[in-house]
Design a protein around this ligand. Structure first.
Ligand code: PNS
Length: 163
C-alpha cells in the first residue's frame, strides 16, 4: 500500500528548512502532500495563492509531491486524503512543547494517523518563516536561507511597503 504523508503548515513563506524536511521525508514516504492551512483568523503575510506558487516553484524538482490547501482539523483532512502520517520538522527545544501537544491531540482524535518528526538539518536550526521575514524587512541578506523565488518575492513585497 502507498505510504502517504501530509506535510502541513502555514508556509508563510516556505524556507530551505521546509525543503530539507520534504526531501528527507521522500526517503520514507511514497508520496508527500504539502498542505497549506487556510486560517481566516490568522493574518498571513503572503496570500494563499502566493504561498502556493512559492511551494510549487521551489519543489518542482521533487517527484511524488502534491500541493493542496485545507481547513478544519488536520487529522480529518489526512483521513480524507488516505494519509497514514503527518510529517513535521522539529527544530530546537522551543518547538518541542507545541509539537508534542499537537501530536498527542491529533493522536487522540484519530489514533490510526501517526505523527513523524524529522529533526531539522543543523544548517536550518535557527531559521523560521517569521525570523526570515523580520531580517528581510530591514534589508538583511536571507538569500541562502530561502528558495530564490521567495527571496525575490520578499524583496518586492518589502520594497512596496516602504514606498
Ligand atoms: O506552520 P505551522 O503554522 O506551525 O503549522 C501549524 C498547523 C497547520 C500544522 C496546525 O495549526 C494545524 O494542524 N491546524 C489545523 C487545526 C488542527 O487540526 N489543529 C491541531 C489539533 S486541535
Amino acid at each position: 500500500m502507498e505510504k502517504i504523508a501530509i506535510y502541513p503548515g502555514s508556509f508563510d513563506p516556505i524556507t530551505n528548512g521546509h525543503l530539507d524536511i520534504v526531501e528527507r521525508g521522500l526517503s520514507i514516504f511514497d508520496k508527500i502532500i504539502v498542505a497549506i492551512l487556510l486560517n481566516p483568523s490568522k493574518k498571513s503575510f503572503f496570500s494563499v495563492e502566493e504561498r502556493m506558487e512559492m511551494l510549487q516553484t521551489s519543489m518542482k524538482k521533487f517527484a511524488n509531491v502534491e500541493f493542496d490547501v485545507f481547513d478544519g482539523l488536520l487529522v480529518d483532512y489526512a483521513h480524507r486524503r488516505k494519509a497514514h502520517a503527518i510529517l513535521r520538522g522539529m527544530r530546537a527545544v522551543s518547538d518541542f512543547e507545541y509539537e508534542f501537544q499537537m501530536a498527542l491531540m491529533n493522536r487522540r482524535l484519530r489514533r490510526e494517523i501517526q505523527t513523524v518528526f524529522l529533526m531539522t538539518g543543523l544548517r536550518w536550526i535557527f531559521t523560521s518563516s517569521s525570523i526570515i521575514k523580520e531580517a528581510a524587512q530591514f534589508g538583511g541578506d536571507i538569500n541562502d536561507m530561502v528558495p530564490p523565488i521567495v527571496n525575490k518575492k520578499l524583496k518586492i513585497k518589502y520594497s512596496k511597503k516602504t514606498v
